[in-house]
Structure formats: C-alpha cells, structure tokens
Design a protein around this ligand. Sequence first.
Ligand SMILES: [Zn+2]
Length: 283
Amino acid sequence: MKGIFSGLEKLGLGKLEKVEVFEDASKKENDTQEAKKKAPAATEADFLFEKTYVCPVCDQEFHSKKIRTGKVKLLAADTDLRPKYQYVDCLKYDAVACPYCGYAALDRFFKFMMPAQARLIREHISANFKGLPATDSIYTYDDALERHQLALLNTVIKKAKESERAYTCLKMAWICRGKAESLSEELPNYKIQLKELKQQEKELLENAYTGFETAFSKESFPMCGMDEITVSYLLAELARRIGKFEESSRWISRVLISRDANDRIKNRAREIKELLNKDMHKA
Ligand SMILES: [Zn+2]
C-alpha cells in the first residue's frame, strides 16, 4: 500500500518516506508504481495564473500556479466540508512549493517561518532536495499530490502545530478523493487504483482527525480559518468516516447542544447523525 510520503525519493527525499505525521499513527508500507497521469482538462488553464512568492527559507523568488479567485464557482461541499467547484478542482493548487530548496506549505501557512524551523528544513530537506518535476500548463492530480506530500513532510520537519499538520492531511485526503472521482473506469487497473486511493484517503483522514483532536484542546480558535463549532463538526464527520463511531457521536452532540452553533451547522450535524446511525447498523 502507498504510504502518505511514498514517492518522495523522486525529489531526493526518499530517506524521509518513513516519517510519521503524528507519532502514534499506524505504520504503512510504501511502494507500488506511480499512478497514471490524467489527461488535462481543456478549460482548467483559463482559471490559472502564475503567482510570485519569495521563499522564507532560501529567499529566492519563484512562481506557482494559482486559481484566479472570483472566476470559479463553488457548487457544493462534501459532508466533511471539501469544496467542489465548477470546471476545476481548486484544491489541487493549494500547496505552494519552492523549486529551489524544497520548502512547501499550504498557501495560508507559507510565509510564516521561525528561524529555527528554516534551519530544520535546510538541514533535513534542502540538503537532499533534487528539485520539482516539470509540469504542464495545469497540475494533474499526481502533481498536486506530490506538492501536498512535500508540504506535509515540511510540517513534520519544521514541527508545525498539530492544526497545520492536520489541515494539510485533510487537504491531501480531498485530493485523493478528487483523483478517485476523476479516474476513468476504462483504465485497466481502475479497481486497484481506486482501492489504493481510498486507503490513502482514509489514512490521511485518520491523521487529520488525530491532529485536529489534539489541536482542539491545545490551540486557540479560529483554527485554519475555522471556528470552534466548525472544527467540532469536522471532527464529528472525520470520526464517522474513519469508523470511530462513539467519538463521532460525542462531537455531534457537542454541535447540537452548543448555543453558539447556528441552524445551518446544526442541520448538517443532524445529517451526519443519520449517516452515523446507518453506519452503526452496517457495522
Ligand atoms: Zn526556497
């Protein structure tokens, strides 16, 4: 099975493939071939532009593909808050990676860097980093997964807060889901790829749950742009998706009895309560 960090050897960081996002997370094998690249959609490039960044680790300037905000339309969201847009999966463009030193992070965290963290990244990542592979005018799901994987590795190396690690796992899980949805059933190894992606997604969701649960009691709100009720709701749904039914039930109650929660989020919590009841009957 593919581990969260498998494939990093392409970037020169193979030795770090075995690191764990959270210490008590279950160990996974890494291996298997790289998944087939998906053919780029014709219109996606219209939504992109090259944004300039200055790397807080190596001070070099570089460009990264970004979505033009305001151009894309939000269509819906999954029960775990994964946003779905018209024409393009914006989530693919959220991780920013420096092509010179290997520092990468989700856009919202990219510029925040303590000197001690920069030193850790230089020592453990830049020293072995071989550069990013070339991409076409848009990122494939595999390009996106590679960048998010690098961002996640950076969160571990720089000893980022639990919430940042958890959020990076969550975003990467959503990209696995996006890739799974985009796979053509005609692929000869469709079922194998789908199974692998589902496993990878689940592993990432488990790490996201662990991280947000710890962050909930240790960090302050808003957390990654979410207030306390939203994080409670998210924990409820992550717990349900990874089969921690009792925990899920506890978080759902927390949302339902909260005086600060509005009707919209309470209704969503009731929806996942129904899903949870179905899951518990199946189990
Ligand atoms: Zn850099």
